[in-house]
Design a protein around this ligand. Structure first.
Ligand SMILES: *Cc1c(COP(=O)(O)O)cnc(C)c1O
Length: 413
C-alpha cells in the first residue's frame, strides 16, 4: 500500500467538530438540510476515482460500464420523479446548472427577465457581480409593495417592453408559491423561453406540496442539496428538443469530468424523494414553517408577505427593534446555537451586508423530526436572544436550552 498509514487527526478532528456543531445547534438556514446516511455513503464512494467525460455510452475514456449504469439510473429516477423528458445530472452546483442553460439557449447580450436580487432572486439571475449579469442583459421584476408577492403585472409590462429571449422564475428568498402557469402565458405572449429555477423548492415539488413547473417551463433547474435533501449539486430537466444543446453546454461547454460519486448520491436522493414518506416530509416542512412564522408574529416580528407557504420565511426586524440589524441578529443568534442568515427585505434601506431582515428555514429541523410544538419553542428562543442580543448570560442560557432541545432529535450518531 502506498497510502500513509497514520490517521489524519488534524483534519478528522475538524469533521468531528462539525458533526458536533450540526448535532447540537439549530440549523435554520433555508438552503440547507441533513442528507441521509445512504447519500453520504454514495458521496464517499470509489466512484470519485473515475474519469467519465461525456455522457452514458458516449464517453471519452474507457472503464465506464458501471458509471454509465449509475448515471442512467440517476437520470431515469429524476425524470420519473418530476415527469420530465430529459435530465442532465452533471451540474456541479445550481449556479452551473443555470449557466449551462444560458450557454445552451442564449447568445451574449440577449435580454432576460429575472427576479431582482434584492426582492428574492438569485445571483445567477443577472446580478452585476455574477457572470450572468455581465454577459446577458438582465432586467429585474419585483414584488408588489402591498402584498409583497411577485408583481405579475409588472412582469408582463417588462416582458412587453423588453421582449426578452428568456424569462427566469425562481427565488432564493421568497416565502410564497410561485405559480408557473401565468408566467408561461407571458412567455407565450412575447415569445420567450421559460426557465424555472426550482433550487430551493425542488423537494416541495417532489413531495407534491408545490406546483410542478415541468409541464409549463422549457427548462427546469434545481439544486439537489436544499429541500430535496440530496448531495451538494445541480440538475437540469428539459424538453427533448433542448436536450442536445443543454448536454453540450454542460460538457464540454462549461465543466470537465462529472462527479460520478455525487451523481450516485443524487440517484439515492431521487429514490428517497419518490418514497411516499417524502410527501409527509414535504408537507411537514410547510406546516413547521407556518407554525414558526405564526409564533414569531406572536413575538412581535413582521413576516414579509404576512407569512409563508413554503419552507422559509423572511422576518422584517424593524417593527420589533428599529435599531437591530440582520447582521447583529445573526451574530447574537449564532452565539446562542441558532444558525440562520441575515437577508434583505424588499426595499431594504440597509445594505446586503447589514440588512433589516432574517431568512429562516425549516427543512433541517423537519428532517430531525421536530414538529409544530418545537417551532413555537424555537420562536420563543429567537425572541429571547433578539430582545437581549448583547446579554452574554442570556445567550449562554439559550445556548443550553438549544442543546437540550437538539439532544431530543439526534441527527447523526
Ligand atoms: C441556491 C440557489 C442556486 C445556486 O445553487 P449553488 O449550488 O449554490 O450554486 C441557484 N438558484 C437559486 C434560486 C438558488 O436558491
Amino acid at each position: 500500500m502506498a497510502w500513509p498509514t497514520d490517521r489524519d487527526d488534524e483534519l478528522f478532528a475538524l469533521i468531528d467538530n462539525e458533526i458536533d456543531r450540526q448535532n447540537t445547534g439549530l440549523q435554520l438556514i433555508a438552503s440547507e438540510n441533513f442528507t441521509s446516511p445512504a447519500v453520504l455513503e454514495a458521496t464517499g464512494s470509489v466512484l470519485t476515482n473515475k474519469y467519465s467525460e461525456g455522457y452514458p455510452h458516449k464517453r471519452y475514456y474507457g472503464g465506464n460500464q458501471v458509471v454509465d449504469e449509475v448515471e442512467d439510473l440517476a437520470r431515469r429516477r429524476v425524470c420519473e420523479l418530476f415527469g420530465a423528458d430529459h435530465a442532465n445530472v452533471q451540474p456541479h452546483s445550481g449556479a452551473n446548472a443555470n449557466l449551462g442553460v444560458y450557454l445552451a439557449l442564449l447568445e451574449a447580450g440577449d435580454t432576460v427577465l429575472g427576479m431582482s436580487l434584492d426582492h428574492g432572486g438569485h445571483l445567477t439571475h443577472g446580478s452585476p457581480v455574477n457572470i450572468s449579469g455581465r454577459i446577458y442583459d438582465f432586467h429585474g421584476y419585483r414584488v408588489t409593495p402591498s402584498d409583497e408577492r411577485i408583481d405579475m403585472d409588472q412582469l408582463r409590462d417588462l416582458a412587453l417592453e423588453h421582449r426578452p429571449k428568456m424569462i427566469v422564475a425562481g427565488a432564493t428568498a421568497y416565502p410564497r408559491i410561485i405559480d408557473p402557469e401565468p408566467i408561461r402565458q407571458i412567455c407565450d405572449e412575447v415569445g420567450a423561453l421559460f426557465l424555472f429555477d426550482a433550487a430551493h423548492i425542488a423537494g416541495l415539488i417532489a413531495g407534491g406540496v408545490h406546483p410542478n413547473p415541468v409541464p409549463y417551463a422549457d427548462v427546469v433547474t434545481f439544486t439537489t442539496h436544499k429541500t430535496l435533501r440530496g448531495p451538494r449539486g445541480g440538475t437540469i430537466l428539459c424538453r427533448s428538443d433542448y436536450a442536445a444543446a443543454i448536454d453540450k453546454a454542460i460538457f464540454p461547454g462549461l465543466q470537465g469530468g462529472p462527479l460520478e460519486h455525487v451523481i450516485a448520491a443524487k440517484a439515492v436522493a431521487f429514490r428517497e424523494a419518490s418514497d411516499p414518506s417524502f410527501r409527509d416530509y414535504a408537507a411537514q416542512i410547510v406546516r413547521n414553517s407556518q407554525a414558526l412564522a405564526a409564533a414569531l408574529a406572536g413575538e412581535g416580528f413582521r413576516l414579509v408577505s404576512g407569512g409563508t407557504d413554503n419552507h422559509l420565511m423572511l422576518v422584517d426586524l424593524r417593527p420589533f427593534d428599529a435599531d437591530l440589524t440582520g447582521k447583529d441578529a445573526q451574530i447574537a443568534l449564532d452565539a446562542a446555537g441558532i444558525t440562520l442568515n441575515k437577508n434583505t427585505v424588499p426595499d431594504d434601506p440597509r445594505s446586503p451586508f447589514v440588512t433589516s431582515g432574517l431568512r429562516i428555514g425549516t427543512p433541517s429541523v423537519t428532517t430531525q423530526g421536530m414538529g409544530e410544538p418545537e417551532m413555537v419553542e424555537i420562536a420563543g428562543l429567537i425572541a429571547r436572544v433578539l430582545r437581549a442580543p448583547s446579554d452574554e448570560s442570556e445567550l449562554a442560557v439559550v445556548r443550553d436550552e438549544v442543546r437540550t432541545l437538539c439532544s431530543k432529535f439526534p441527527v447523526y450518531g
